[in-house]
Design a protein around this ligand. Structure first.
Ligand SMILES: *[C@@H]1O[C@H](CO)[C@@H](O)[C@H](O)[C@H]1NC(C)=O
Ligand SMILES: *[C@@H]1O[C@H](CO)[C@@H](O)[C@H](O)[C@H]1NC(C)=O
Ligand SMILES: *[C@@H]1O[C@H](CO)[C@@H](O)[C@H](O)[C@H]1NC(C)=O
Length: 270
C-alpha cells in the first residue's frame, strides 16, 4: 500500500474556513500526515513534490520507507534542485536516489526506480513483483519559444526504456521479431507535473473530482507513448493541480492525480 503525498507547501495556512485560520499552522499538516499513516499503515510513502525537512518528519518517525520526487517549486529556496535532491537522498529511512548511478548524463534530479521483491518462500521470492519508477518532471520550460512547465526529457525516457526492458523482458530473436520471454512485473510511475493526456477525460470516464484545468507542459514530450511501448507501467501518479483528484484510463494506463495535501497550498476550504 502506497501513500502518496502531493503538493505540501509549508507556509501560512491557505483556503481553510474563516474560523480555522487563527488556530491553523504547520502542525496541522504534520498531524494530518500522522493520522493517515496510523489509519492506513502504508508500506511506502511517496512525496511528489517536497517542502521543508519538516514535511518528511512524520514519514521518518514512522519508520516506513519513504521516497520523494521534486516539484516545480523545489529550487526556490537556497538550494538548487540538485542540492535539494542530494539533501533528500541523505535523510533517514529514505529510498530516494539522486540519479541512477549507471547513467552519466540524464536531465533532472531524482530519476530512479525501486523493485518490490516477492514474499520469501514463494515462487516470487527472487523476482520483482512491482516496479516503481520516479522521475523529475522539471520546473519550467527552458526553451525560449515554449511557454509553461517542464517535461520529461529524451534522456530520462531512454533511461526509463532501458530500465523497464532490463526488468521485464529478455528478448530472443524469432523470425517475426523479438518476443518477450516472460511477463514483466507491473509498474507504477510517479512524478509531479501531469502529462497533457490527463486532459483526455471528462466526468463520464474518470473517477474522482476535477475542479480546475490540467496544468501540464505545453508541448507533448512523447512520454505517454514511451510508457505504452514499454508495456509494464499500469498507472501514473502526479500532483501539481491541487484540487484535481481523479483517475482515468487511457490506452491501458491509469492516469491519476493525488489532490494537494494539507492546509498550506491553495485548495478547498473545509
Ligand atoms: C489545527 O490544530 C489545532 C490544534 O490541534 C486545532 O485546534 C485546529 O482546529 C486545527 N485546524 C484545522 C484546520 O484542522
Ligand atoms: C531464490 O534464490 C535462492 C538463493 O539463490 C535459492 O536458494 C532459491 O531456491 C530461489 N528461489 C526460487 C523460488 O527460485
Ligand atoms: C471521455 O469521454 C468523452 C466524451 O464524453 C470523450 O470525448 C473522451 O474521448 C473520453 N476519453 C477517454 C479517454 O475515453
Amino acid at each position: 500500500k502506497i501513500f502518496q503525498i502531493a503538493d505540501l507547501h509549508f507556509a501560512h495556512c491557505l483556503d481553510v474556513l474563516p474560523s480555522q485560520y487563527a488556530s491553523c499552522s504547520d502542525l496541522n499538516t504534520t498531524a494530518f500526515i500522522q493520522r493517515i499513516i496510523l489509519s492506513e499503515k502504508p508500506n511506502l510513502i511517496v512525496f511528489t513534490a517536497k517542502s521543508m525537512g519538516a514535511a518528511f518528519a512524520p514519514a521518518i518517525a514512522s519508520y516506513i520507507p519513504w521516497v520523494a520526487v521534486l516539484g516545480n517549486h523545489d529550487q526556490e529556496g537556497s538550494l538548487s534542485r540538485e542540492g535539494v535532491m542530494k539533501y533528500i537522498a541523505g535523510m533517514k529511512n529514505t529510498l530516494s536516489v539522486v540519479n541512477p548511478p549507471e547513467v552519466h548524463i540524464i536531465d533532472g534530479f531524482g530519476n530512479y526506480n525501486l523493485e518490490v521483491g516477492g514474499v520469501e518462500g514463494t515462487d516470487f521470492e527472487n523476482k520483482s513483483v512491482l516496479n516503481l519508477y520516479f522521475l523529475d518532471s522539471g520546473d519550467y520550460s527552458k526553451v525560449p519559444f515554449i511557454p509553461g512547465y517542464g517535461w520529461i526529457k529524451p534522456s530520462q525516457q531512454l533511461w526509463f526504456q532501458r530500465t523497464s526492458q532490463s526488468l521485464g523482458y529478455s528478448f530472443t530473436s524469432y523470425m517475426n521479431g523479438p518476443v518477450p520471454q516472460k511477463e514483466p512485473a507491473p509498474g507504477l510511475a510517479y512524478f509531479h507535473i501531469p502529462l497533457p493526456k490527463y486532459a483526455s477525460f471528462d466526468s463520464s470516464n474518470f473517477t474522482g473530482v476535477k475542479q480546475e484545468g490540467i496544468s501540464s507542459n505545453s508541448v507533448n514530450s512523447g512520454f505517454f507513448t514511451t510508457l505504452i511501448e514499454a508495456g509494464d507501467v499500469k498507472a501514473v501518479f502526479t500532483g501539481h493541480d491541487h484540487v484535481n483528484d481523479f483517475c482515468g484510463k487511457l490506452t491501458g494506463i491509469h492516469l491519476c492525480y493525488a489532490g494537494g495535501f494539507g492546509y498550506h497550498a491553495y485548495g478547498k476550504a473545509g
